[in-house]
Design a protein around this ligand. Structure first.
Ligand code: NJP
Length: 231
């Protein structure tokens, strides 16, 4: 395809796997994250475009969309994947940690969608894919802040789905269980995680499935877990 996709959080973990798979399928990928070195590495590998940005900043989010349009002359897909999490008993959760999690997971998703929506509406097509979480639909101890942010992100995408549908624009939400990434300061690749976690490529393949739906079909929601995960 000659499709152009923006992937946030493309420097590591799930976003990186999505960027690599989309590029392998012929898409032109605009790679977004804050850390320039990691980002350049991915963009170089796939002959894509690296746009360093903090997705929780409105000017940055607008700029990402503008740069994609200027550089490639079109925009087909945005993947709202960038996200952060940390886990603590509610009474021990610092208020600014709460704010940081919401800034990236909720506001970041909102801001990139806001930047792309007018363009998608005008052209009458486009696909917005959000990487949410299985904890968008359940709660657990120490997960108040992260879980609340993922419920909220899910609500943003669900409301947007209803706004965009009449304009021919698809909004899909993917809800992964445990994935072996750098999330919450983890180190991927341990033999233990191989047994208990999904791999980033599993999520990238879910993205591919969602994108390959025929024009008259939208995959609204897709949840996937490692078989070993009780949830
Ligand atoms: O995490 P990680 P994942 N602006 O840490 C970037 C969800 N999820 O791949 O900015 C722009 O390996 C960051 O780059 P940098 C999760 O909630 C995960 O696991 O340089 N980019 C990096 O590229 C999240 O929504 C699991 O620090 C920002 C990337 O985001 C998504 O999956 C389970 C940014 C994070 O890579 C990807 O997370 C689940 C900002 N402000 C849902 N802040 C799981 N791993 O188990 C961060 O249910 N990034």
């Amino acid at each position: 395809t000659d499709k152009v996709a923006i992937v946030t959080g493309a420097s590591r973990g799930i976003g990186r796997a999505i960027a690599l798979l989309l590029a392998m399928q012929g898409a032109k990928v605009v790679c977004v994250a804050r850390t320039t070195d990691d980002l350049l590495d991915v963009a170089h590998k796939i002959n894509g475009l690296a746009v360093p940005a903090d997705i929780s900043d409105e000017d940055d989010a607008q700029n990402v969309v503008q740069v994609a349009l200027r550089h490639y002359g079109r925009l087909d897909i945005i993947i709202c994947n960038a996200g952060v999490g940390s886990f603590n008993l509610l009474e021990n959760m610092a208020a600014d940690e709460w704010d940081r999690i919401f800034a990236v997971n909720v506001k970041g998703t909102f801001l990139l969608c806001k930047a792309a929506a007018p363009h998608f509406k005008l052209q009458g097509y486009g696909h917005i894919i959000g990487i949410a979480s299985d904890v968008s639909k359940r709660t657990f101890a120490t997960g108040a802040a992260y879980g609340a942010s993922k419920y909220a992100q899910d609500a943003v995408l669900s409301a947007l789905r209803k706004e965009m549908r009449p304009h021919g624009v698809k909004v899909s939400t993917i809800y992964p269980g445990l994935v072996d990434t750098y999330f919450n300061d983890s180190r991927p690749g341990s033999p233990e995680a191989e047994k208990t976690h999904l791999r980033p490529l599993d999520i990238a393949q879910a993205v591919r499935y969602v994108l390959e739906a025929p024009p008259h079909v939208v995959v609204d929601e897709l949840m996937l877990h490692p078989l070993s995960q009780e949830w």
